[in-house]
Design a protein around this ligand. Structure first.
Ligand SMILES: [Fe+2]
Ligand SMILES: [Fe+2]
Length: 185
């Protein structure tokens, strides 16, 4: 069974992963003199990763994973740990954004530290997406019944309806601009 909510979450992951790949390409510029990083593109990427998961993605996943935990799944502590990563990833994104804001303002930031921090950050983000796609989403498909999915869909829809549609369109456009910039490069 593939529900609308799982389709939405998987589609979000595809967008987030594409944007993370763009960040990885930019970050190379801090390790490889052949690559010139574009700070405007990096700031757009961090704006996207700061906002989209926080507003539209994590709240829906939190509803889904909370219901999953109620179904006595195996290894609940690992599911809880993935959920806890949401606030941690949001904090790390903010930290990275602050570091690049300093770069944008020409405040000296050690390049090797910036490169290491950004690289570690990218691998944590990727591992998080992977844990959800390979373990948590399939587990939810296995453990939740039709009534659970109906409840989750309704609660998720309420969250999504309460959010600003214009802002969502704005961030869809930002995502396209980020990806097109990388393609044109
Ligand atoms: Fe997540
Ligand atoms: Fe996710």
């Amino acid at each position: 069974m593939s529900t609308a909510i799982l389709q939405k979450l998987n589609a979000d992951h595809k967008s987030i992963a594409k944007v993370l790949y763009c960040l990885r390409a930019q970050i190379k510029g801090y390790d490889d003199p052949e690559v010139e990083p574009n700070i405007g593109q990096i700031m757009d990427i961090l704006d996207y990763i700061c906002t989209v998961p926080e507003r539209w993605h994590h709240p829906v996943e939190d509803i889904l994973f909370t219901r999953l935990l109620e179904k006595n799944p195996p290894h609940p502590e690992q599911i809880q740990a993935v959920m806890n990563e949401h606030s941690e990833l949001e904090r790390l994104t903010q930290e990275l954004r602050t570091a690049f804001e300093r770069v944008a303002m020409d405040i000296a930031v050690p390049v090797s530290l910036l490169y290491r921090t950004a690289t570690l950050y990218l691998s944590r983000q990727m591992l998080h997406l992977d844990a959800e796609e390979s373990v948590l989403f399939p587990l939810a498909e296995e453990c939740l019944d039709e009534d659970d999915w109906a409840d989750v869909e309704e609660a998720a829809q309420q969250v999504l309806d309460s959010l600003d549609n214009n802002a969502q369109r704005e961030y869809d456009n930002l995502r396209d601009a980020i990806i097109n910039f990388a393609d044109a490069d």
